[in-house]
Design a protein around this ligand. Structure first.
Ligand code: FAD
Ligand code: PYC
Length: 416
């Protein structure tokens, strides 16, 4: 092998203990049985389940940047299934169950940590909404319980439950099985396992167009690495779905917004769980490295900027200091943004499309990380069988025509 920085990087990667001996940097073939656009967790997971459960090995995942560099590597990793409607509960609970065994399944530690997710109520409206969720979840056998402010503080001792706060805490909904995982590990775990089964993961390969035959069926994609043929395309490109779908003349009911997060300097463990407050726009947990992981609400305006407004994060930090006064003197280490695509009912689209051979997985808005394994699993089924899995049957594009919406605005739990 000739000396070059690229070869050096390849050697370093293949020597890395997480990668199989056969880790490959393939160039695209002329033709694949299926192409997935987007190497985030959902796209890589889809390729993994297509290969493992449906026997499709001649497939490629095309990524315009680097794998896991989109929202998968930018999110605050909150995992939970405390959604309101049966359709959503089925989907998110399927995912939580897959999370529980994912490290063993991929032989890669995704650091799933079911440490409990607590959602704070600050108004009478919050109490009514969260109690409705608690009852709806319990009816389906999904854990969720109501806590008094004192019980909430017992679960998270650094919580300020003073009645003199601007928005005092009036109670909380707790899902004990909810928690966190390591975001990039999920992408790399699925990538390694899919690659080992022969899936081509092609980075720096941006899809610029979708080619179709006279009947309208897809025949391949135009990319920055040339044309690649296929009869099945799965679009899994959070934030950019509308752009890609417009290449096949499909108009999507989506808006793209920046969503931001930040982390503090690392400190000794002070926070045993995840706490979210939609009303005052903040949520926080502590990573295993010790950083406090803090998330904000979406910007008020649509944009493809991966930064977001500074006033959004300063507002979040005001809220965090009010909820957890003992973190006031901490320094923030870094902040970043991602672009999330949001549907009118705040539920995802996991669906066939009016174009033959074109499938779409999008609209996760602020909440798709938790869904990564479940979404990938049922989307692979949808592509392989050309029909939805019963779990994603309701999450069609058509629902915005028929009116059978799945309104999860409250369960989204992040300010939009
Ligand atoms: P991505 O990881 O974004 O992958 C899509 C990929 O498509 C990208 O890598 C992109 O580069 C690629 N792509 C785009 N266009 C093209 C093209 N033309 N050609 C080729 N490739 C292309 N969810 C939760 O459940 N819990 C949370 O706590 C949470 N917190 C969040 C915090 C922030 C700050 C953000 C931004 C999001 C958060 N989310 C959360 C949402 C979650 O991150 C996403 O819903 C989820 O990660 C989406 O995964 P994905 O694989 O669909 O998308
Ligand atoms: O869906 O739980 C969630 C979430 C938290 C922060 C962003 N999304």
């Amino acid at each position: 092998m000739r000396f070059s920085f690229l070869n050096l990087a390849k050697q370093a990667l293949s020597a890395h203990r997480h990668w199989p001996e056969q880790w490959r940097f393939p160039e695209p073939k002329a033709e694949y049985d299926a192409i997935i656009i987007g190497a985030g967790g959902h796209g890589l997971g889809t390729a993994y389940y297509l290969a493992k459960e449906h026997g499709l090995r001649n497939i490629a995942v095309l990524e315009k940047g680097w794998l896991g560099g989109g929202n998968t590597g930018r999110n605050t990793t909150i995992i939970r299934s405390n959604y309101l409607w049966e359709e959503s509960q089925g989907l998110y609970e399927h995912s939580v169950k897959l999370w529980e065994n994912l490290s063993a399944e991929l032989n890669y530690n995704v650091m799933y940590s079911p440490r409990g997710v607590m959602m704070l109520a600050h108004t009478v409206h919050d109490i009514q909404v969260f109690k409705r969720h608690v009852h709806a979840n319990r009816l389906q056998g999904i854990d969720n319980e109501w806590l008094t402010p004192e019980e909430a503080k017992e679960f998270c001792p650094i919580l300020n439950i003073s009645p003199n706060m601007r928005y005092p805490i009036l109670g909380a909904a707790l899902q004990r099985r909810g928690g966190t995982a390591r975001h990039d590990a999920v992408a790399w775990g699925y990538a390694r396992a899919a690659s080992a089964m022969g899936v081509d993961i092609i980075q720096n390969c941006e899809v610029k167009g979708i080619r179709r035959d006279p009947s309208g069926a897809v025949t391949g994609v135009e990319t920055t690495k040339g044309f690649i043929g296929t009869k099945k395309i799965g679009v899994v490109a959070a934030g950019h779905t509308s752009v890609i779908m417009s290449m096949a003349d499909v108009r999507m009911p989506l808006e793209s917004y920046p969503l931001q997060a930040l982390v503090s300097e690392p400190i000794k463990p002070i926070m045993p769980c995840v706490v979210m407050s939609n009303t005052i726009h903040a949520y926080m947990s502590q990573s295993d490295k010790g950083e406090l992981v803090i998330g904000a609400g979406t910007d008020a305006y649509t944009s493809y900027s991966q930064t977001g407004g500074l006033h959004i994060t300063t507002h979040t930090l005001d809220a965090i200091c009010e909820l957890f006064p003992n973190v006031r003197r901490l320094r923030m280490l870094r902040n970043w943004g991602g672009i999330v695509d949001v549907t009118p009912d705040r539920s995802p689209i996991l669906s066939k499309t009016p174009v033959k051979g074109l499938y779409v997985n999008c609209g996760w808005g602020t909440g798709g990380f938790k869904a990564t394994p479940g979404s990938a699993n049922v989307f692979a089924h949808t592509i392989a069988k050309d029909e939805p899995h019963p779990i994603n049957a309701a999450f069609t594009i058509d629902r915005f025509k028929t009116g059978r919406l799945i309104d999860e605005a409250a369960a989204a739990a992040v300010a939009h």
